[in-house]
Design a protein around this ligand. Sequence first.
Ligand code: G6P
Length: 609
Amino acid sequence: MCGIVAYVGKKNCQNLLIEGIKRLEYRGYDSAGLATIHNGKIRIVRAVGRVANLEDKLESMGGLPGTVGLVHTRWATHGGVTEFNAHPHADDKVGIAVVHNGIIENYATIKTLLEEKGHKFSSQTDTEVLAMLIGELYEGDLESAVQAALREVTGAYAIAVICEKEPGVLVVARKGSPLMVGVGNGEYIVASDGAAIISHTSQAMMLDDYNVVKITADGFRTSTIHNVPVTHKVQQLELELDEIELGSFQHYMRKEIFEQPKALRNTFRGRFNAEEGKVILGGLADHAKELVKAKRIALLGQGTALHAAMIGRYLFEDLAKIPATSEFASEFRYRNPIIEENTVAIAVSQSGETADTLAALHEAKDRGALALGVINVVGSTMARETDAGVYLRVGPEIGVASTKAFVGQVAVLTMIAMWFGRRRFMGANDTGSLLHQLNQIPDKIEKILGYDDLVKKVTERYIERENWLFLGRGYNYPTAMEGALKLKEISYIHAEGMPAAEMKHGPIALINEGMPAVFIANQGKQYEKVMSNIQEVRARGGHVIAVATEGDTAIKRYAEDVLYIPDVPECLSPLLAVVPLQMMAYHAAVLRGHDVDKPRNLAKSVTVE
Ligand code: G6P
């Protein structure tokens, strides 16, 4: 949600900034802007739309020279998508430019005070207020002015600031939104994410909340907003350049769907002891004694991560026999949740930065829960703020529609549930055979990926339909939700996912001639019941697309189209059933001519509540 890259060093930085911000476009892409200082003057160029538009504009005007600069890609919060609202924003007094990711919650009050002092605003953004405030408080030292301004604001921010009066200085700060400082040779690259840094240096310093860093080409100083010095370790970025490149794929989403077998092999590597039927999760070891006493599990997430959390609930109850709940982190946070003794809260998140999930995590911790993270991004805010956790290890996910992170989350939750189960009542044989099955999931996903052409043909058949239903039961009710989410977020087709049983309580009224209803109808406890629901849809003219277990030929009598998945224990079936749904969504978006990796209005990492 908004991406930031900033540079200070010895070379002209425009190209480096553009290259970096393109890697962060997954964070937002409704407008972009760049500023540099050259000959003591700040020049700002902004454009509505993708970074490519900004690039064209810069090219047509001959570019912006300068060895200090910043760039931003926006996901609008305050104010519409216009050039005036695009970052960087400037003050009207000193010559300051600011880029910002987050929300300044008290911006309206500050704006009124600044207007009373005569400041004139040209945008509707909270960021312009921050730029003006820094300018207002400037007394010859940018670092102090930024610290003073940040003491006045509430909300979340990652910011980068430059000032004409101190042309070799870059000041950056964070609270709530991610920011790191890449440390190169005589140069520093600040970014929201390591993807914008890794082609220049693998050394970076992660900022903590309320940190302010003053950077010049010769070094940096970190302090708090109260000017208390802070020492930080420069660490190795755990990221490879080829992991964030598209390679021969047309879209990141397709690349990431096809990467799932490899990603899961990585998730599993070194974590199974099949002989003893044990799952080895180093990230839980320090808290093992407390964890085994868990009486309740609260799984928290948003979007796709919530769907994984919902599957987690079934897994914990089935495999570990621990009462579990899963819910929108945003709702948990504000509903006065009851946290009993020995409650473990699990934050499920790809990015580890989602503001709703982070806030819920804080709430759960404040109320005494032990906090675990099921997170992909190493060193992310949630990863640092949880007591223990298990990384997904699926590699960077760039497509806005989450795919490989979902299977990673479900796989890790399965492993954690088994970790608990084995310590409570599951014998080595039970866990051993399940581990064996889990280990084969990557190969089975590979097989499903081989049906890509068939999935495309099936999708083509229904591509004109504007309303779809996704239905499943038990473990695959959340999978149905995820299938619907995938379809709507990238193809803009209206889709609803729900428990198959719920359909007859209202949604059945929507079914008309030819309406596609995707059923997850794999073999399992509720197979017969799902068959009945399929009949109910057909009786009303709906067309059934069934995701069924290999060998189930009988289902062909009831479904217009069947997509097969290999047979696995029911608790592992979401890991397979979701794959054809991801492929369908992908093909639907491509067939409809949409930008698969940058769906309208969305951002991958949502760092506002
Ligand atoms: C956004 C993304 C979704 C993602 C959700 C949670 O809405 O568009 O794809 O599932 O945030 O993100 P997280 O990083 O916490 O998994």
